[in-house]
Design a protein around this ligand. Structure first.
Ligand code: PHE
Length: 461
């Protein structure tokens, strides 16, 4: 079957599309929570170093593999070396799992849009927003319904094809998200009592430079940049050979990191003001438990809230579509499956896993299936933390490690560097540094972190 491969209309379009994939729930929902859980300043510092020294070079390698082969992630490896086809499959498995919990959180975002638009009441008391959120996710039916709605929306759009329209919408919305986040961050950082939160973000405790922080920062950096899962191989395969991959990668990394920092500024000081430091231990619900409080303190806060969650929805949607699209492209190109069948089939599988994630938000939940007469019901597995750790701490670093070894040693850093240089007007001045990182530094660092994750029980515990 002859494949018609599309190309990005412009390099700006490509950068924004890749940034659209990178900027998502990871920046706003996950990043501030991870800063909170891993010691603030130390995590932020390690995060920046990892993005610059490892994330950026690995992103470049992925884009080069994609552009060099013009194939989906599995086809790309097969084209370069048949024995390495498994590398692309690691990406597919990772994306499948990510998508299933991405939809749950995407569903929460949809619910909050409705709450703001209808002006529903959050209840009273000092912990009203927190109680509201916890009540909502502990219910079984409603979050599940929102989760499915989000997934169905993604499937629908992917079946239609990611049209010029969606690209244009996300191009218009990403700058809005950026501006709005700046506004919320300024408001949050100037709340009375916000100082404590800012201090937490900027204080670097030597004791926080530990294995857990490195594991968390590496997994988060790759997740947030959409690196280590083959998304950028797919996106790179649509880039014309005239484009400068180094510049594009730098822009994607900068935009993604800026949004994550803005989100941290928007959320962490507000957590300190509303919930105190112990609020930081509450996992990933910051955006849902804390921002409503900030919005309520603003004139016209309801509008702020509605707009914020709508933009968060678009950020999540553009990322989710890129995930589903990459999996669909694989089934389409490798198995000749029709786009409709591929999207619906994948969606059905994802919805089952997704339901498990949604239901396990309440750790004590027991499922009583009427047709099995268990008197006490089946205890729900704590899938929520397991799935995130499986992807962030294990599969994504593993994918990145395999991509580095492949690029540095199998395809060869010379071939990869030639591909990168192809679109540059000047020489690839960072070539020797990049080669060193891809062949030695990145695989070494990822390998050490994986070793601790797997054999020392860090991260996955
Ligand atoms: N990078 C996205 C985020 O930060 C998530 C994502 C993961 C997108 C994998 C595509 C692929 O939310």
């Amino acid at each position: 079957m002859k494949q018609k491969r599309s190309q990005w209309a412009s390099n700006l379009g490509f950068i924004l599309a890749a940034a659209g994939s990178a900027v998502g729930l990871g920046n706003i929902w996950k990043f501030p929570g991870k800063v909170g859980a891993n010691g603030g300043g130390a995590f932020i510092l390690i995060y920046i170093i990892i993005v610059a020294v490892i994330g950026f070079p690995v992103m470049l390698a992925e884009l080069a593999i994609g552009r060099g082969t013009q194939k989906n992630m599995v086809g790309a490896f097969r084209t370069l070396d048949k024995r390495w086809t498994f590398a692309g499959k690691i990406g597919i498995v990772t994306l499948f799992v990510i998508m299933s919990y991405y939809c749950v959180v995407g569903g929460w975002v949809l619910k909050y849009i409705l709450v703001y638009i209808t002006g529903a009441h959050f209840g009273g008391g000092t912990t009203q927003y927190q109680d509201y959120f916890v009540n909502f996710i502990s219910d079984w039916a409603e979050p599940l319904a929102w989760d499915l709605l989000f997934l169905i929306l993604c499937i629908y759009i992917v079946i239609k094809g990611v049209s010029q329209g969606i690209e244009r919408v996300s191009k218009a919305l990403m700058p809005c998200l950026f501006l709005l986040l700046i506004g919320i961050a300024i408001r949050s950082a100037t709340l009375p009592g916000a100082k404590e939160g800012l201090k937490f973000m900027f204080t670097i405790e030597p004791a926080d430079f530990n294995r857990d922080t490195f594991v968390a920062a590496l997994g988060q950096a790759f997740f947030s940049l959409s690196v280590g899962m083959g998304i950028l191989i797919t996106y790179g395969s649509y880039v014309p050979r005239t484009e400068n991959l180094v510049k594009s990668s730098a822009w994607i990394c900068i935009l993604d990191t800026l949004v994550a920092f803005l989100a941290a500024f928007a959320i962490i000081p507000a957590v300190f003001v509303t919930l105190g430091q112990e609020g930081l231990g509450m996992g990933g619900g910051f955006a849902f438990m804390v921002l409503p409080r900030v919005f309520a303190s603003l004139p016209g806060g309801v509008v702020f809230g509605a707009v914020f969650f709508i933009l968060l929805f678009f950020a999540a949607l553009t990322s989710a579509i890129s995930i589903l699209e990459s999996c669909v492209a694989y089934l389409e190109e490798e198995f000749g499956l029709h786009r409709f069948k591929a999207a619906v089939g994948l969606g059905a599988g994802m919805s089952i896993l997704s339901a498990g994630y949604s239901l396990s938000q309440d750790p004590g939940r027991k499922i009583n299936l009427p047709w099995f007469h268990f008197s006490s019901g089946i205890q729900m597995l704590p899938m929520n933390s397991v799935m995130e750790k499986f992807t962030d701490d294990l599969m994504i670093p593993l994918g990145a490690l395999v991509f580095c070894i492949f690029t540095g040693w199998i395809w060869g850093s010379k071939n990869a560097a030639a591909e990168i240089e192809a679109g540059m007007e000047t020489r690839f001045t960072l070539k020797s540094v990049w080669t060193f990182v891809i062949r030695f530094l990145a695989p070494g660092a990822i390998g050490v972190i994986l070793y601790f994750t797997l054999w020392k029980g860090q991260g996955l515990s």
